[in-house]
Design a binder for this molecule. Structure first.
Ligand code: SAM
Length: 170
């Protein structure tokens, strides 16, 4: 089971990007996101996505980060541009264990680097927690996230033109 821990969330500034982190986590194979700052709006947004598009992705906000990290029974991965090369580190991760993936917002406290079993970079240029998480999950799951079934009320069928959506309500 994969859980994403989003740290440094500031409600006014990060609402959109943290929502995107949550959506990436949900779509690309994680089971849950934990956000340090309480944000009911993001929780509601994600539950509304679940209601329409399915799945049982969980969201929790307003937590003590240190407690989550200290009590974590599994692997802790921290995504940072300062970390070890993705392709090198990914091979060392034990896939049978639960994994907590930490992504930051602004500067991340030294404690996170110390507590992480793996500090991993997705290239060494600064970019975004959204892209870093998406690439990490794609590589980690070897693309298997694409096969996940959500069984939602709404299902989108791939098409080369326009939109094809099955609505199970109608
Ligand atoms: N100085 C930060 C750092 O340590 O990566 C950049 C802050 S960036 C705006 C916010 C978050 O995006 C970071 O905390 C990290 O989780 C993620 N991130 C940005 N660039 C990354 C990279 N090249 N590799 C892995 N994660 C990255």
């Amino acid at each position: 089971m994969i859980t994403v821990l989003r740290i440094g969330h500031r409600i006014s500034r990060d609402k959109r990007i943290t929502t995107h982190v949550a959506l990436v986590a949900r779509a690309f194979g994680a089971s849950k996101i934990i956000i340090d700052t309480k944000d009911k709006k993001i929780e509601d947004t994600i539950y509304s996505i679940n209601k329409r598009f399915g799945g049982n992705f969980e969201i929790e906000s307003g937590v003590v980060t240190k407690k989550i990290i200290n009590n974590w029974k599994g692997t802790i991965v921290h995504l940072t541009m300062y970390g070890e090369e993705l392709n090198k580190s990914i091979k060392k991760i034990d896939k049978s264990k639960d994994m907590l993936i930490i992504v930051g917002a602004e500067k991340v406290r030294p404690l996170i680097y110390e507590k992480a079993d793996f500090n991993i970079s997705i290239g060494n240029q600064p970019h975004s927690e959204v892209s870093a998480l998406a690439i990490f999950l794609d590589k980690f799951t070897k693309g298997l996230w694409q096969k996940k079934k959500f069984n939602g009320k709404l299902e989108i069928l791939p098409t080369d033109k326009g939109k094809r959506v099955i609505s199970k309500d109608s």
